[in-house]
Design a protein around this ligand. Structure first.
Ligand code: SAH
Length: 346
């Protein structure tokens, strides 16, 4: 299997059969080799730099009912909140002082945040922090809305494709959500000129290695700038409450495969991976990740943005504890630069 990994590293490609073997392998030496090669490729693209992004979870209201997600609209037990523009700006203020130069506005699909309100917020951040990148992660919108946000100063957009398979999309989502719409959104975002991120959960209910292979093929065809991959973790107030958590090891293998396929990709060691295992950041990086997204939301709302149970919100996941994260990273030989950390491909 080493030769498959070498081929992947050399050509950014492998056959379906070969990829399926890598996705499923439980051979420690092969996993180790994946990690070594992914690290090498990451270093070639980004040296020893790990980029940080300040995550601002500004609303947990959501009009969607994704079966896996704790803030789905039919979860009547969720305590709903919205941050005001002033609160969002004060998160940026705190983050800027701590050294963050990317702000990620993430939220449920909350109709209260109309196009005009979002444009107002994005413009205000852009004006106050012109040296910072603004990333949005607020779901499916029309192309003209995406364009308005881009014109207002947003640079990047995270919209996980969730799955590249239309019928599996129907298992994870209610009928009123359509896979084709999600695919169209990702195309639109790319056409507008955003740095775009897609991604998927690993180990969600009824997911097979073949489905993950389809995700990899989709990622290859979209050629996104960012890919978010984390283990599925159940939330007690969702239809998937009794399902198993996704495997951290399989998540790590997928991170390294994606790094080898897209040498310049911005690849976070996700909060979900950190929640699943306490060395999630360091392991994620060892398998090719180069981004960490600590939380800049006000302390009192962090518990409310619970998309899955036991979400890590303290320690190295907390924006105000950035020094702790930096120390851990430095102890492992990584540097955290104080700039936007843009994609370094062509
Ligand atoms: N509303 C935004 C942000 C969603 S939250 C959007 O639609 O893009 C960001 C990601 O968290 C989701 O895309 C999903 O892949 C992941 N997520 C949601 N619930 C999860 C769970 N139970 N376990 C692991 N990841 C989950």
């Amino acid at each position: 299997m080493r030769n498959i990994i070498q081929k992947l590293m050399r050509t950014q490609d492998a056959s379906d059969q070969e990829l399926l073997q890598l996705i499923q392998t439980e051979n420690r030496e092969i996993e180790q080799y994946l990690s070594v090669c992914a690290t090498q490729v990451r270093e070639r693209s980004y040296g020893n730099h790990i980029y940080i992004r300040g995550l601002i979870e500004f609303t947990n209201y959501c009009k969607n009912d994704c079966l896996y997600c704790g803030i789905r609209r039919s979860n009547a037990h969720a305590y709903r909140y919205r941050l005001t523009k002033e609160e969002i700006l004060s998160c940026c203020h705190m983050g800027y002082a701590a050294g963050f130069r990317t702000f990620v506005l993430q939220g449920g699909e909350d109709p209260w945040f109309t196009e005009a309100r979002m444009v107002d917020i994005i413009s205000a951040i852009h004006k106050k922090y012109p040296d910072c990148a603004i990333t949005l992660s607020i779901g499916e919108k029309s192309k003209s809305e995406y364009q308005s946000y881009f014109d207002a100063g947003a640079n990047r957009y995270l919209l996980r494709h969730e799955t590249a398979n239309e019928s599996y999309y129907g298992i994870l989502h209610p009928r009123d959500m359509q896979w084709k719409v999600r695919m169209q959104c990702l195309q639109d975002l790319k056409e507008i000129g955003y740095q775009v991120g897609c991604g998927m959960m690993v180990g969600s209910p009824k997911q097979t290695p073949e489905l993950l292979l389809e995700d990899l093929r989709y990622i290859q065809s979209l050629q996104p700038h960012m890919v978010g991959i984390g283990p599925f973790l159940p939330h007690h107030d969702t239809p998937f409450r009794m399902e198993h958590t996704g495997s951290a090891k399989q998540t790590l293998r997928l991170l390294s495969i994606v790094r080898l396929m897209l040498p310049h990709v911005l690849l976070p060691a996700t909060t979900a991976l950190k929640t699943k295992r306490s060395d999630g950041h360091i392991k994620g990086i060892a398998f090719g990740a180069n981004v960490i997204m600590p939380n800049l939301s006000p302390q009192e709302v962090r518990k409310k943005y619970m998309i899955y149970d036991n979400k890590a919100i303290s320690g190295e996941e907390a924006g105000e504890q950035i020094l702790m994260l930096k120390h851990t990273l430095q102890a492992h030989g990584y540097d955290v630069p104080c700039h936007r950390g843009d994609w370094k491909g062509d």
